[in-house]
Design a protein around this ligand. Structure first.
Ligand SMILES: NC(=O)c1ccc[n+]([C@@H]2O[C@H](COP(=O)([O-])OP(=O)(O)OC[C@H]3O[C@@H](n4cnc5c(N)ncnc54)[C@H](OP(=O)(O)O)[C@@H]3O)[C@@H](O)[C@H]2O)c1
Length: 317
């Protein structure tokens, strides 16, 4: 792909997307640009006030002048709670909509050690298990609306782990909350969750098969100036000059979510990054190799079974 920008997003009619964690950061811009191109976007966020504010902001930015057809809704979703995820899916089903695109974007980075409502370490619980459950519960909807897509927002941090830590089988082993040890442990927990995202992407796409018209791929958005660095302000200060804008950060996701290449080239289970910087407003999306451990089918299947057990799913693809 030589260069890519918002103007390359195709216009659509009557297509529906769900984006998790879209009240701010990369997710909010992704929602805005999809709505601008005719998508009906369901913002799946945990905080209603933040989501409604984001909806207002997007409407103002796109310009509501006579454009009351902008389709942008909110359904509450807390990825740290299986009850909330089931409730979200029930409410989505009550709306009798098709589903063409699921973007697993929401995420948490280096908060102090805490457990989700279901008793798992928060990075693994929110970033991986919450999305594993949500995706599996929405899979039939996506299959019914093919051609359809799943985009999993992982991170280049997934490269930092050598494997999934299966010795912490219940995923609730505490780590220190002060000093350098805490920094290291939180960083490692984030990388684990992002490796799990990448493994889930690869395994799900293999289970769907290369003949499937449901395309599941993963992205690293770049190092982006967002609120994700709220628990590590020092990193934000140090990396600030090298960070890309949030607009730039949404482009790799938007490319994988909407570009015709994904279907014409039959791309499944791939990992995309914004390759070397080019002058704004462009990026150059490129498919690159993920962490080699992602290719290990045995590890992926073990992670799948663990995730199934921890989320209480009885049936998956
Ligand atoms: N920024 C980067 O440099 C970078 C680099 C690599 C990967 N990523 C990935 O990009 C994705 C988006 O991050 P961002 O940079 O845009 O961060 P952000 O601005 O902090 O946005 C994160 C979003 O996730 C939501 N979220 C967090 N916990 C949640 C939960 N339990 N349930 C539902 N939603 C939840 C947040 O909601 P609240 O507002 O309610 O907290 C927020 O809307 C993440 O998956 C992140 O790991 C980012």
């Amino acid at each position: 792909m030589p260069q890519y920008s918002f103007s390359d997003i195709p216009h659509v009619e009557a297509k529906v997307a769900i984006i998790t964690g879209s009240n701010e950061g990369i997710g909010k811009i992704t929602a805005r640009e999809l709505v601008r191109k005719g998508w009906h976007v369901i913002m799946a966020c945990r905080n209603e006030k933040k989501a409604q504010d984001a909806i207002q902001e997007i409407r103002t930015q796109i310009g509501n002048n006579g454009n009351n057809n902008l389709k942008l809704d909110f359904i509450q979703l807390d990825l740290a709670s299986y009850d909330s995820i089931h409730k979200f899916v029930d409410e989505f089903h009550q709306r009798h909509l098709s589903l063409h695109l699921l973007i697993n974007n929401g995420g948490t980075y280096m908060p102090p050690f805490a457990l989700t409502n279901n008793g798992q370490e928060s990075h693994f619980g929110v970033n991986h298990l919450g999305h594993f459950l949500l995706t599996n519960l929405l899979l039939d909807d996506l299959k019914k609306s093919v051609p359809s897509r799943i985009v999993i927002v992982t991170s280049r941090s997934h490269m930092r782990c050598s494997n999934i830590e299966f010795d912490d089988a219940t995923r609730n082993r505490p780590y220190p909350n002060t000093g350098l040890a805490s920094y290291r442990a939180r960083n490692a927990a984030y990388s684990q969750s992002k490796l799990a995202n990448m493994m889930f992407c690869k395994e799900l796409s293999e289970r769907l098969g290369t003949h499937s018209k449901l395309f599941c791929n993963a992205v690293h958005p770049g190092i982006i100036r967002t609120n994700i660095f709220q628990y590590v302000n020092i990193l934000k200060i140090l990396l600030y000059p090298f960070m890309r804008t949030v607009e730039n950060g949404s482009m790799t996701t938007l490319y994988v979510a909407t570009h015709p290449d994904i279907e014409t080239k039959n791309i499944h289970g791939a990992y995309f990054v914004p390759s070397k910087r080019i002058p704004p407003p462009y990026i150059r999306p490129a498919e690159v190799d993920p962490n080699p451990i992602v290719l290990n089918k045995t590890v992926r299947e073990r992670l799948w079974e663990l995730s199934k057990l921890l989320t209480g799913l009885t049936y998956t693809v």
